[in-house]
Ligand binder design. Structure first.
Ligand SMILES: Cc1cc2nc3c(=O)[nH]c(=O)nc-3n(C[C@H](O)[C@H](O)[C@H](O)COP(=O)(O)OP(=O)(O)OC[C@H]3O[C@@H](n4cnc5c(N)ncnc54)[C@H](O)[C@@H]3O)c2cc1C
Length: 459
């Protein structure tokens, strides 16, 4: 069957397959949908939409389904291109077809002693993650994951396939890397791999009663932490469910997780990394014995398990901020609102930034660094007693409590809701992005795919 024959209206199996989203709280409801398995499929779908005046939308897994504009009247292209990950070991680069999940990239790179700046979940799409910035547990060493992108293959609104990089259409290449979408349908990305001989990774959980002391120790450690270590802390209210480890189920816990990257092969490299992990964990373990402690020296693929992200689709309602240094006052405020009895937030946490995250890159795209100390994300799942409204009210309480440290900036890959305040980019850069969009998509076929506040023309 050709791609055109597979363009399906609601009610058809092909529509159901193409509109599937990871975030069940944000169903995708376009006028028609198609799964594209080749560049030709993408070109056929874009041509079909253009000839009928249908706006084009694009997604891969729907992990960000709540962060995108409604798809009314559009043709949604789900990218699931075949071919698999190609690893160029000499150049330490992977070519990743759109539709590939991070777990597949990590598995392809691992036999060569390489890995990538991937996210915490094996099931997130590599292309959507990279185009939106991408925070990884290697980020304090490697920076925003999008900085590792070497080349992008993209079908623009006229149906043409472009291979853009630093030499070929550097303007479009710059814009695609964090520019908020609306430039075309990406069919593949080439991204840097790097040596990873081992990692020290895992998660330790304590009863929430210890959270003030633990978070204070963690925050003090972040002030001078080595860049090889990237961590997060989370207040968690995991449900009493068979899938949740018994010590963590149905109670409020405090978690410290992350990874220490071991790049070199010398004995001393592993010893140095293990010392970094000990410097972080020993003072925390001295506060109280963790309920669960999975930190270990392991192969790099273990980083995909550290955070414990859900493997199967779930409904998610949440919020995100980029924060400056919160100090002890911020620690107290964060815990006051997130450990409050009856909080519907299953998770509320801070990812540690700084290090390479904070460094502008001369060869970077429009989004190349983050001027912030922590990335906050909090979310709940509206099933059972929590309602979307109840979760949004809890998110608003956290937002109000953290307002003194809110930078007003956001990183696109962490935006939880389309309506939340967003500020990924400086105004002068937005003007340049709009000019590039006008060049590659003069009729605005892909305009609906633009993130709020990533354009001056469309907000
Ligand atoms: C459980 C979970 C864990 C996560 N962990 C992390 C993490 O550790 N670090 C982090 O930074 N983020 C994380 N995220 C956020 C995630 O990176 C973003 O939601 C990302 O955009 C998902 O990409 P996707 O392609 O899988 O999602 P989708 O919702 O399918 O796509 C998101 C957007 O990417 C764009 N896009 C996708 N495919 C294409 C394409 N082929 N061409 C052009 N544009 C495309 C579109 O604008 C689309 O709206 C997590 C999210 C969840 C739900």
């Amino acid at each position: 069957m050709t791609a055109l024959q597979e363009i399906a209206p609601p009610g058809q199996p092909a529509y159901e397959a193409a509109t599937r989203v990871f975030n069940l709280a944000a169903p995708a409801l376009p006028a028609a949908a198609v799964t594209a398995r080749s560049v030709a499929d993408v070109q056929a779908a874009v041509g079909h939409a253009r000839s009928r005046g249908l706006p084009v939308r694009v997604h891969t897994t729907g992990h960000a389904a709540a962060a995108v504009r409604p798809m009314d009247g559009a043709l949604l292209i789900r990218t699931a291109l075949t071919g698999g990950v190609e690893v160029d070991t000499a150049r330490k680069v992977a070519r990743i077809p759109a539709g590939t999940l991070w777990g597949e990239v990590v598995a392809a790179a691992a036999p060569h002693g390489l890995t990538a700046a991937h996210g915490s979940s094996a099931n997130v799409g590599a292309v959507g993650f990279l185009l939106r910035g991408g925070l990884s547990f290697y980020g304090r060493r490697k920076g925003l994951a999008v900085n590792g992108v070497r080349a992008i293959e993209v079908v623009t609104a006229d149906g043409e396939l472009h291979r853009v990089d630093h030499e070929n259409d550097p303007g479009l290449f710059w814009a695609l890397r964090g520019g908020g979408g609306g430039f075309g349908v990406v069919t593949a990305i080439k991204v840097d791999l790097f040596p990873a001989t081992a990692v020290i990774t895992g998660a330790a959980y304590w009863p929430a009663a210890h959270a003030p002391e633990l978070m204070s120790i963690w925050r003090t450690w972040t002030l001078s932490a080595p860049d090889a270590v990237t961590t997060s802390i989370r207040v968690m209210n995991l449900p009493d469910h068979p899938s949740v480890p018994a010590p963590l189920a149905g109670r409020t816990t405090f978690c410290v997780d992350g990874a220490v990257l071991v790049e070199g092969r010398a004995d001393g490299d592993l010893r140095e990394a293990e010392q970094h992990a000990t410097d972080l964990l020993r003072p925390l373990r001295a506060v109280a014995e963790p309920l669960v402690d999975t930190w270990q020296t392991a192969a790099p693929a273990a980083v995909l398990d550290a955070h414990g992200d859900p493997a199967d689709p779930v409904p998610i309602v949440g919020d995100h901020l980029l924060l400056g240094e919160i100090g002890e006052e911020g620690v107290a405020e964060f815990l006051r609102v997130t450990t409050a009895a009856g909080s519907p937030l299953i998770v509320a946490g801070l990812r540690q930034l700084g290090g390479a995250y904070a460094l502008p890159r001369i060869d970077g795209g429009v989004l190349d660094h983050l001027d912030a100390r922590y990335s906050y994300a909090g979310s709940g799942a509206p099933f059972g007693p929590p309602t979307p409204a109840g979760i949004r009210a809890a998110c608003a309480r956290v937002r109000a409590a953290l307002a003194p440290w809110d930078t007003g900036r956001t990183v696109p890959s962490f935006v939880e809701g389309y309506d939340q305040p967003q500020g990924h980019l400086r105004a002068d850069k937005i003007g340049t992005l709009d000019k590039i969009r006008l060049r590659v998509d003069p009729e605005g076929l892909l305009r609906g795919d633009i993130a709020p506040h990533a354009t001056a023309l469309n907000t």
